[in-house]
Every structure is written in structure tokens, then in C-alpha cells.
Design a protein around this ligand. Structure first.
Ligand SMILES: NC(=O)c1ccc[n+]([C@@H]2O[C@H](COP(=O)([O-])OP(=O)(O)OC[C@H]3O[C@@H](n4cnc5c(N)ncnc54)[C@H](O)[C@@H]3O)[C@@H](O)[C@H]2O)c1
Length: 254
């Protein structure tokens, strides 16, 4: 796949899944702009992956998101690809989730996704071409423990993706979401307790956590020109987690 001549915005690009996607896009010829809350890290990441720019932005601030998108269009003339990977995690039981935790999670993971999709969607709809990929989660599809706020936000991301996909379906803009399972990143290192890791592994047919690069491979397909008839889709990248039922593994649970 080549992305030569295409302009991509990758939020949450300073590390983890966003950075891996940005690296693969840049290596495939795209002009990539990274955006992240962590201004120092995003500049370093931009240099590391060969991005044209690293911008500090808080995606939960809608006017800051609008300004970033305006600046990008002024500088590059267009945005062909949006990968919205900015997000935070939280593992907290439903009954112990505080108002502050709830609001911050919803502001960043759900509202931040809405603001970014809206600003970039307007640019793409006007241009008549675009590829949007959001980051949902298997937590948006299964009621795992500790995921009241996170799961609600990610379930919302899935619905934002479907609604925009339908509204823009005739305009040349596709909108899809990735539902990663457990991917080894700093977010997971903060979010997954030792008990969560053991229990997660038991539920993953592949019997391991995934890598950011494996998520990037799926993202590159969805943002490619060839994926022109794929829209409104939730693509699990989860080692079989959502597909699974009973798992009997020799030498493990017998
Ligand atoms: N790692 C996983 O297992 C996993 C699984 C499912 C979904 N996801 C989702 O994938 C996305 C990326 O996760 P990751 O594991 O790469 O996390 P990460 O923590 O490695 O990277 C997330 C990036 O988002 C940035 N960010 C956080 N809040 C922001 C804000 N308000 N504005 C701008 N940037 C902000 C962080 O600074 C960070 O660089 C997230 O939406 C996450 O919920 C991750």
C-alpha cells in the first residue's frame, strides 16, 4: 500500500497505538501530522517516525481541536486520513467510580472523539474524500469488570463511528473503528492490574497480548483507498477475544 501524496492526522500519536500507526503511514509515503496532549513527547515522536509536525493539543477542548484542524488545512491544503487514537484508560469498579473520573474519561475518550471527528469530517465531506478511523475497544462491546466509564465511552465511540459513517456514506468519506483487545502499551501498563492480566490471558484464544504494530496493520487497511466500500465497521484486533466462548488449553486448565 502506498499513501504517497496523502495527508494524515494521527491524534494520540506520541506513543502506543497512535505512534505505531503514524510510523507505518509515514513509512508508506504519507505526510503525517501527530497531535497529542504531551507536547514534548509528540515532538520527539514526530522526529522518530518521520512525521512532518508534532502538535500539542487536548482533544477534550473543542476549540483547540478546531484550531488544530484549521491550521493543518491551512498548512497542507487537505486532510485525507484521520486516525483518532488519543485516549485514556481507567480500571475502576462501577460503584467506586468518582464523578471526576467519570467526567474526565467521558470528556477525553468520548467528547474528544466527537470533536475531532466533527472538525475533520467537515473538511473531508467538503473535499469529497476521506478515511476516518477511531479507536474503540473490546470494552465497548463487553461488560468487563472495572470498565463502567471506559466501556461506556468506547461503546459511545462505536456509535459515533456508525452515525458519521452513515451520514457521510455518499460523500466519499469512510468512517470505521478499531476494537483492540489487550495491546501492550503504556496505557495498559497503567490500567491492567496483575489479576487483570492473568484473567485477560485466560480469555484470549491467541494466549498473548497484542502489539501496537498489529493494530497499525489493521488501521492501514481501513485508511487505504482500496477500503472504499468498508464503512461503519467495528474491526476487532483482539487475538480472538470477542469470538471466544469456552477455552480449554492443554496443560493450563485441566
Ligand atoms: N492498549 C490497549 O490495550 C487498548 C485497547 C483498546 C483500545 N485502546 C485505545 O487505543 C487508543 C490508544 O491507546 P494506547 O494504548 O496507545 O495508549 P497510550 O497511553 O500509549 O497512548 C495514548 C496517547 O493519547 C494521548 N492523550 C491522552 N489524553 C489526551 C488528550 N486529552 N488529548 C490529546 N492526547 C491525549 C496520550 O498523551 C498518549 O500519548 C486509546 O483510545 C485507547 O483507549 C487501547
Amino acid at each position: 500500500m502506498t499513501f504517497a501524496g496523502q495527508v494524515a492526522l494521527v491524534t494520540g500519536g506520541a506513543r502506543g497505538i497512535g505512534k505505531a500507526i503514524a510510523a507505518q503511514l509515514a513509512a508508506s509515503g504519507a505526510t503525517v501530522v501527530l497531535a497529542d496532549l504531551d507536547g514534548d513527547a509528540v515532538e520527539i515522536a514526530a522526529r522518530e517516525v518521520g512525521a512532518s509536525d508534532g502538535i500539542a493539543v487536548d482533544v477534550s477542548n473543542s476549540s483547540a481541536v478546531d484550531a488544530m484542524v484549521e491550521r493543518m488545512v491551512a498548512g497542507h491544503g487537505k486532510i485525507d486520513i484521520l486516525v483518532h487514537s488519543a485516549g485514556i484508560g481507567l480500571e475502576r469498579s462501577f460503584l467506586e467510580t468518582s464523578d471526576e473520573e467519570w467526567h474526565r474519561l467521558i470528556e477525553v475518550d468520548l467528547s474528544g472523539t466527537f470533536y475531532t471527528m466533527r472538525a475533520v469530517g467537515q473538511v473531508m465531506a467538503t473535499a469529497g474524500y476521506g478515511r476516518i478511523v477511531t479507536l474503540a475497544s473490546t470494552a465497548g462491546e463487553r461488560g468487563g469488570t472495572g470498565r463502567a466509564a471506559y466501556g461506556a465511552a468506547k461503546g459511545g465511540v462505536i456509535m459515533l463511528t456508525r452515525v458519521l459513517a452513515v451520514e457521510l456514506a455518499e460523500s466519499g468519506v469512510t468512517v470505521n473503528t478499531l476494537a483492540p483487545g489487550a495491546i501492550e502499551t503504556e496505557l495498559v501498563q497503567r490500567m491492567h492490574s496483575d489479576a487483570t492480566r492473568v484473567n485477560y490471558r485466560r480469555s484470549i484464544p491467541a494466549d498473548r497480548y497484542g502489539t501496537p504494530e498489529e493494530v497499525a496493520e489493521a488501521a492501514l487497511f481501513l485508511v487505504s483507498k482500496g477500503a472504499s466500500y468498508v464503512t461503519g465497521h467495528v474491526l476487532a484486533v483482539d487475538g480472538g477475544f470477542l469470538a471466544a466462548g469456552v477455552l480449554n488449553r492443554a496443560g493450563w486448565d485441566q
